[in-house]
Unconditional design. Structure first.
Length: 309
């Protein structure tokens, strides 16, 4: 019984340390900059692209949720603004994303930023991209974290040598959502990998070729790569292996840096060849969650990072 009690207490202590330990704010700050900066770019592009923004307002507000398949239709409308105010609210979203990128925001304002962003997603289902869906998901997560203590210009604006230290309770909330984001990205990768196994082209090694050979998907003429069939076979199988085994490899501290580098190459290649750089940047922004805090201290000496000892 004594051994069992020690084991249970050890598990409880490790779980508390995993969920409620402090010290993740540097990584949250880096993620915030890349994530919100990418969403800011997407919002600005749509605001000033006349054709796409006209499409943004074609579906009447009363019929917006009707275009959803039954399985994906939300239970209620996130968009609270009338149709004629859509451009104004979207401009407000751009301002909020800019403030978030610079670190001039807080949790309630970040949550409002997510709510408006989610509203436009529900309002315009036919225009969604992977970057919108994944980006909004992680924007929701970081809105519960204290992600603006680092990599923020607030220190310059408020002329403070030391950013206010969060309360312990706030630190615990940030850490819980930090861990949830780590788990979420692992689930996304693993689920995507297993979904790929349902397609025959992922088993016979031709999946990448079907994408690269389609000019609708690629921004370059890549037909010449047909001379290297082994390239497509290896790339197809490595994509599946990378995604399915992402959670396992990330848990191993020795393998983790190499797997993150592989993922960086993987998403950069996708972003360049398939013109999906915004989606790639959203995914890469989550990699900061797995960096070592001490490495971040060694790699950067910029004074507005405000590293705490």
């Amino acid at each position: 019984m004594l051994v069992l009690n020690k084991s249970v207490n050890s598990i409880i202590a490790k779980t508390k340390n995993f969920l409620f330990s402090e010290g993740h704010f540097e990584r949250l700050g880096l993620m915030r900059v890349v994530l919100c900066g990418t969403l800011l770019y997407l919002a600005i592009f749509r605001q000033f692209n006349i054709d796409q923004f006209t499409i943004l307002s074609l579906i009447p507000r009363s019929e917006a949720l009707g275009v959803y398949p039954d399985f994906y239709r939300p239970f209620f409308e996130y968009f609270f603004w009338p149709d004629q105010f859509a451009p104004i609210v979207h401009a407000i979203l751009i301002l909020l994303l800019l403030l978030a990128t610079l670190g001039l925001t807080n949790r309630p304002i970040l949550f409002l930023t997510w709510f408006i962003s989610q509203g436009f997603m529900n309002r315009n289902y036919s225009m969604l991209f992977g970057a919108d869906v994944i980006g909004a998901l992680f924007l929701f997560y970081i809105s519960f974290t204290n992600c603006t203590d680092f990599f923020s210009i607030k220190k310059y604006i408020f002329k403070s040598e030391k950013i206010h230290k969060p309360q312990i309770f706030s630190d615990q909330i940030s850490t819980v959502f930090f861990r949830l984001m780590q788990i979420q990205i692992c689930v996304i990768y693993m689920y995507t990998g297993f979904e790929k196994l349902k397609g025959n082209s992922w088993w016979d090694g031709t999946a990448l070729w079907t994408v690269f050979a389609n000019p609708q998907f690629t921004g370059f003429d890549l037909i010449w790569l047909r001379q290297f069939p082994l390239f497509f076979a290896a790339g197809t199988f490595m994509s599946v292996i990378f995604e399915i085994y992402f959670p396992t490899m990330i848990l191993n501290k020795k393998i983790r840096p190499y797997w993150l580098l592989l993922g960086l190459f993987f998403h950069t290649a996708i972003g360049i060849t398939l013109s999906l750089m915004t989606f790639s940047l959203i995914m890469i922004s989550t990699y900061f969650l797995f960096l070592d805090r001490l490495d971040l201290r060694r790699w950067s000496s910029h004074r507005f990072l405000n590293f705490k000892k």
